[in-house]
Design a protein around this ligand. Structure first.
Ligand code: HMG
Ligand code: MG
Length: 303
């Protein structure tokens, strides 16, 4: 569809993995079902990682299994290694996401291996995914800054993302993990990556620690990027990036895109209701400015 921008909803994974309250399975299912009702069609529902490392994500396969299969909606699980892939497959998962970084220190802290070792783990996943007919999305974290190493060279981001595409990822999402980037720095990353890959194979994943995520999305649109990850109500962060706040809020991203004349396929009222429901459950204020303004206009609040 012309002028369509795809939003990949990561709130149930990237969002909830960093919440201090661990939600019940029925809370998580309510959230994901609300997101489907609002029109989101690509939803990351959890991760198959060690529950000792990220306790919030325990039970993700049960969540996947309990979700109603909906035509045109893809639910995915994050898988760092073959053990995670096998867990995802044991519940019939047909889309997984593999994740590494452009920083050695972050990769070590996040998945306990080097970048090269992570790619070797992914070769194993990819071989199985090809024979199982499973779609694989790739992530590269720390595409601008790393919490341990500081500024990252865009050439490394381009190299790692090209490796993920070469091994068969249908799309690679570039993670601005700690939300420190400004649009000029994001532009340098796209310039480097677009020398090796088409814009339609890349996605933007912006955290909003310094309130720059929407500006970074707007800058990415100028480079032809048409897929962005977002988290309902701006939930989340990353357990291995201290101080990093949630992703760009889905409501804010939807407001930006529709305001600029793009189509997202999302129903504004149902999206706002989804955000309100999860924030009521978490008992705190939404991080979405668009949601706060929307509920004020409707004589209510975003929690
Ligand atoms: P490890 O300790 O190196 O793994 O962890 P190991 O193979 O030595 O195994 C140690 C233990 O973990 C064993 O259990 C394994 O069975 C178990 P034990 O014998 O001690 O009881 N194990 C697993 N359990 C469940 N699922 C698995 C699994 N693999 C091993 N898949 C591992 C390696 C990757 C598992 C670990 O480092 C880990 O779980 N890390 C968590 C990573 C994570 O979830 N990070 C957050 C998501 S990434 C992110 O947020 C960034 C992103 O949003 C983009 C951006 O913003 O930049 C994507
Ligand atoms: Mg993230």
């Amino acid at each position: 569809m012309e002028n369509f921008v795809k939003i990949v909803e990561v709130g149930a994974r990237d969002g909830l993995q960093n919440e201090s309250i661990i939600l019940t399975m029925s809370d998580k299912l309510n959230l994901i079902n609300d997101l489907v009702k609002a029109g989101l069609t690509s939803i990351e529902v959890g991760s198959c990682v060690s529950p000792k490392w990220v306790p919030q994500m325990a039970g993700s396969t049960e969540i996947y299994q309990a979700l109603p299969k909906v035509d045109g909606v893809s639910f995915s699980l994050l898988t760092p290694n073959i053990k995670g892939y096998e867990a995802a497959r044991s519940v019939g998962c047909t889309e997984v996401a593999i994740f590494t970084a452009a920083s050695e220190s972050f990769t070590q802290k996040n998945i306990n291996c080097t970048i090269k070792e992570s790619l070797m783990r992914f070769d194993e996943i990819m071989a199985r995914a090809k024979s199982d007919g499973v779609k694989v999305r790739g992530y590269v974290s720390c595409v601008v800054d790393c919490p341990y190493e500081g500024a990252i060279d865009p050439a490394i981001v381009a190299e790692v993302s090209a490796r993920l595409l070469d091994m068969g990822c249908y799309e690679v999402s570039l993670g601005e993990t700690i939300g420190t980037a400004t649009p000029d720095k994001v532009a340098k990353v796209w310039q480097a990556c677009l020398a090796h890959a088409d814009a339609n194979l890349l996605a933007g994943h912006f955290h909003n620690t310094y309130g720059m995520a929407i500006a970074n999305v707007a800058a990415s649109l100028d480079f032809g990027i048409r897929t962005f990850d977002a988290s309902i109500a701006g939930l989340g962060g990353c357990p291995y990036a201290k101080g990093a706040s949630g992703n760009v809020a889905t409501e804010d991203l939807h407001y930006l895109l529709t305001g600029m004349g793009y189509k997202t396929g999302i129903d504004t009222d149902l999206l706002m209701q989804a955000g309100k429901n999860i924030m009521q459950r978490l008992g705190r204020q939404s991080r979405s400015n668009a949601a706060i303004a929307y509920w004020q206009k409707h004589g209510s609040s975003a929690t």
